[in-house]
Design a protein around this ligand. Structure first.
Ligand code: GLN
Length: 454
């Protein structure tokens, strides 16, 4: 297997891999494109990003068969650059989850070991890149959903600064956190994709006016003298010993290239999970109220009151994790509880953001693990939602702070499971993050390894 550069190569790989991994909810007979920067490179789009071709379901029964009248901004930009959109990638329903097991249309398996999860929520996008079904993919993050599956599947995954990429056409989960990001086999390919999709968009008021950086160029920059902070809290309780070993070795390798490594403290790391889940679920509960069963969802119910209609449509249309989000979020926002939960979480979020701003006064980038453990067995966390949430402990801080972060492969465990190195930069400092990750990648050959067809 190798990285596909044409629609035909992608089609062959999809035919070989899909029966084993189920990375796609839908594939297209995309025409070969010869022009543009991407000149026909096959790309997968996470299915919570709308396309006017095919369907957009966000892996939810609620939106089964939904067809969007327009393309998301990122999709328009990719098509303009000559991308061949070959399919819509699987995800956890409405991007809620960390394993793609919450998809209403079946789990995406990890190409490195099909008894394990691909991570989430952009598991389909990650597995499609890892297996060589596509050259690149677009995922989305609210809390780690690009970096988490990228790490578990052994590909590069980037979460840009909040506001760097337009959210127009991205199905909302937590609007103060949502951001689309690229996935690819190499740091430079991911940098190129970000250069294409980034930029201000009048259709998204939160998209930034800040000029787009030269991300591809940044990949060839020397990192001598770059200051890299390593937060000790990222190696706390629950860290898998092999993950710790590989990530510490990766940091050593950056040091060998002239980077200056300093231990730092991010004391609020352990607060990130409760703060993130309160804020994300609160925002989700309001965003999901639009799925009222009148415009979308199962309308096959007659002679009932409006309330009964809602109960029927939402009861049938939403899966367990989405229902949990609505319950948790509605509770955190309800009168009498909003001060104790949502407002309190928002205050701690500000403290987390400040802690990152302080840290970046002393260092250029922060490096550490992406996930506490490698890909876990399918089914192993489904009975305990809290265990699933803990998979996000090291990814959600960057979302809360709004800063850019990526995952780059840094080796394999003794069970041949990929592990990612996380590189985090300050707001709109994506270039530094790409320089560090690309410098690391140049010294290793992890990105040249492909999983074997089961
Ligand atoms: N596990 C996270 C959640 O369910 C993933 C969110 C995301 O980044 N889409 O909230």
């Amino acid at each position: 297997m190798k990285t596909p550069h044409t629609v035909q190569e992608s089609r062959d790989a999809i035919a070989a891999w899909e029966p084993h991994i189920h990375a796609f909810l839908e594939t297209f007979e995309a025409p070969e494109v010869l022009e543009g920067v991407l000149a026909g490179k096959p790309i997968a789009i996470k299915d919570n990003i709308v396309t006017k071709f095919g369907h957009t379901s966000a892996a939810s029964k609620m939106l089964e068969n939904f067809q969007s009248p327009y393309n998301a901004a990122v999709v328009e930009k990719l098509i303009d650059a000559g991308a061949a959109i070959v399919g819509k990638a699987n995800l956890d329903e409405f991007a809620m989850g960390s394993s793609t097991e919450y998809s209403a249309f079946g789990v995406t398996k990890n190409p490195w070991d099909i008894s394990r999860v691909s991570g989430g929520s952009s598991g389909g996008s990650a597995a499609a890149v890892a297996s060589g079904e596509v050259w690149g993919a677009i995922g989305t993050e609210t809390g780690g959903s690009v970096r988490h599956p990228a790490s578990l599947c052994g590909v590069v995954g980037v979460k840009p600064t909040y506001g760097r990429v337009s959210r127009h056409g991205l199905i909302s989960y937590g609007s103060s956190l949502d951001q689309a990001g690229p996935m690819a086999r190499t740091v430079k390919d991911a940098a190129l994709l970000l250069e294409i999709i980034a930029g201000n968009d009048p259709y998204d008021a939160t998209s930034s006016q800040e000029p787009v950086g030269m991300y591809v160029h940044a990949c060839d920059k020397d990192i001598t003298g770059m200051k890299i902070g390593v937060p000790e809290e990222f190696f706390g309780v629950g860290i898998h010993p092999e993950v710790e070993k590989l990530v510490r070795a990766a940091v050593e390798s950056l040091k060998d290239q002239g980077a200056i490594i300093t231990p730092i403290s991010l004391s609020l790391t352990s607060a990130a999970i409760p703060v993130y889940y309160l804020i994300a679920k609160a925002e989700a509960s309001t965003n999901l109220s639009r799925y009222d069963g009148l415009r979308y969802g199962d309308m096959d119910v007659h002679d009932v009151s409006l309330l009964e209609h809602y109960i029927h449509a939402r009861g049938k249309g939403f899966g367990p994790e989405v229902k949990r989000a609505i319950l948790m979020g509605t509770y955190a926002l309800s009168a009498g509880y909003v001060d104790a939960w949502y407002k309190q979480a928002s205050k701690v979020r500000t403290l987390i953001r400040r802690e990152y701003e302080e840290a970046f006064k002393a260092v250029d980038v922060i490096a550490g693990p992406v996930t506490p453990e490698p890909a876990f067995p399918i089914g192993s966390k489904m009975s305990d939602p809290l265990q699933m949430y803990l998979a996000d402990a090291l990814t959600v801080p960057a979302n809360l702070a709004g800063v850019p972060a990526l995952s780059v492969p840094c080796g394999f465990t003794s069970e041949n499971l990929p592990v990612g190195l996380q590189v985090i930069a300050s707001h709109f400092q994506e270039e530094k993050m790409f320089s560090a990750a690309a410098a690391y990648e140049k010294q290793h050959d992890w990105h040249t390894r492909f999983p074997e067809l089961p």
